[in-house]
Design a protein around this ligand. Structure first.
Ligand code: GRG
Length: 320
C-alpha cells in the first residue's frame, strides 16, 4: 500500500510529522535553562534530511503492511508506535554531528547550511547541547505509552538496547575512535596509517552504519517483526548504510558547500581514509550500486515492500 502521491510527498509528510514530534518533546524553560533549550533546538531543528527517523517509520510501516494489511488504518500505517524511536535516533544523530564538528574532532564551521553549534554558542555549550540531546533520546524511549501491553514494553526495551549498542563504544563512538586513529594528526605532524578495504568498512559500519541499522531495526522491532524479518531488515540496512557512506565520501569529492550545507573536500585535506581515496570514483560508484542491489535482494527475500526500496534509491541518488 504505497502513497499514490509519490515518494517526495511521503518524505514531506514524514518529515513534517517527525519535526513536529521532535519540537513538542524538547525540554523548555523553566524546566531547563533557556540557553541549553536554545542550543538543542538550534542544531536539531536546522533541517537535516531526517533519513534515520524516516527509515524507522518506513521499516515499521513495511512490517505492519506485510503482516497485518487488514488492520491498516489510513492514518496510522504502523508508524505511530515507532515515532518515539524515530525521534530518539534523530536526537542521537544530531548530537553526533555537533560533537563531530567541534575543534577537537573535525573542526567544521558549517553544518546543515548554517554555522555549527560551537561557532554560535562556543565549545562548552555545544558539548552540553550534544550531551543533552543524547540524554533526551533515551528519556523519550524510556517513557511508556499510557496503555502499553507487556509485549509492547518488551519490544520498546529491545529497541532501546539496540539503539544504545549502535550509538556506543561498539558502534558510532567506536567508529569515531577508529576514524580518528586512521586520520592524519596535523597538530602532531603525523600521517595516519594506510588502511585497507576491510578496516575502512569496519570504520564505516560502526561510525555511520550502526545508527542506520538501529534506525531500521527499531521500526521492525516495534512493529512486531519476527526474528527472520529482523534479520532481513538488518541485511537491508547494512547494505543501505554502506551505500550511504560511499555516496557521502563521493559527495565530499564532487559536491558543493551550497548543496551539501557543509564544508566539502575536507576528507582529502585531513588525510581521511575514504572509498574514493582507496578505490577511485568509478569503482566507488560501482560499489554503491552493488550495495543497493544487495539491499533490494534482502527486502525481496523477506517480501518487505512499502517505502524501503525507494529509500535506497534516494540514498544512492542524493546530491546532499
Ligand atoms: C562524535 C560520537 C561521535 C560520532 C560522530 C556521525 C559521525 C560520528 C560523524 C559525522 C561525520 C560525517 C560527516 C560522517 C559521514 C556520514 C554522516 C553521518 C553524514 C551526515 O548525515 P546526513 O547526511 O546529515 O544524514 P543530515 O544533516 O541530513 O541529517
Amino acid at each position: 500500500m504505497t502513497d499514490p502521491q509519490g515518494f517526495e510527498c511521503y518524505l514531506r509528510d514524514r518529515r513534517t510529522a517527525i519535526d513536529s514530534a521532535l519540537n513538542t518533546g524538547l525540554p523548555t524553560p523553566p524546566a531547563c535553562p533557556p540557553l541549553i533549550a536554545d542550543a538543542m533546538r538550534y542544531s536539531l531543528l536546522a533541517g537535516g534530511k531526517r533519513l534515520r527517523p524516516i527509515l524507522t517509520l518506513a521499516a515499521a510501516e513495511a512490517v505492519t503492511e506485510r503482516d497485518r494489511p487488514a488492520r491498516i488504518d489510513p492514518v496510522d500505517t504502523g508508524s505511530t508506535a515507532a515515532m518515539p524511536a524515530a525521534c530518539a535516533v534523530e536526537l542521537i544523530h544530531t548530537y553526533s554531528l555537533i560533537h563531530d564538528d567541534l575543534p577537537a574532532m573535525d573542526d567544521d564551521a558549517v553544518r546543515r547550511g548554517r554555522p555549527t553549534a560551537h561557532v554560535v554558542y562556543g565549545d562548552a555549550v555545544a558539548i552540553l547541547a550534544g550531551d543533552a540531546l543524547l540524554t533526551h533520546a533515551f528519556g523519550v524511549l524510556a517513557r511508556p505509552e499510557s496503555t502499553e501491553t507487556p509485549a509492547r514494553q518488551a519490544r520498546r526495551l529491545r529497541a532501546m538496547a539496540r539503539l544504545a549498542d549502535a550509538a556506543g563504544a561498539a558502534g558510532m563512538v567506536g567508529g569515531q575512535i577508529l576514524d580518528i586513529g586512521a586520520t592524519d594528526d596535523r597538530r602532531a605532524g603525523r600521517a595516519g596509517p594506510d588502511i585497507g578495504h576491510a578496516a575502512l568498512r569496519d570504520i564505516h559500519e560502526r561510525k555511520t552504519g550502526a545508527l542506520i541499522g538501529a534506525a531500521a531495526a527499531m521500526g521492525a522491532i516495534l512493529a512486531g517483526g519476527d526474528e527472520e524479518t529482523l534479520a532481513a531488515v538488518d541485511a537491508y540496512s547494512t547494505q543501505l548504510g554502506l551505500a550511504f557512506q560511499i555516496v557521502d565520501d563521493i559527495l565530499d569529492v564532487e559536491g558543493t558547500e551550497t548543496t551539501l550545507g557543509k564544508t566539502v573536500g575536507k576528507d582529502a585535506v585531513a588525510g581521511k581514509p575514504t572509498y574514493p581515496a582507496l578505490h577511485g570514483l568509478t569503482r566507488s560508484r560501482a560499489l554503491a550500486a552493488e550495495a543497493a542491489a544487495a539491499a533490494a535482494d534482502a527486502l525481496a527475500g523477506a517480501k518487505l515492500g512499502g517505502r524501503l526500496s525507494e529509500i535506497t534509491d534516494w540514498v544512492i541518488s542524493r546530491r546532499h
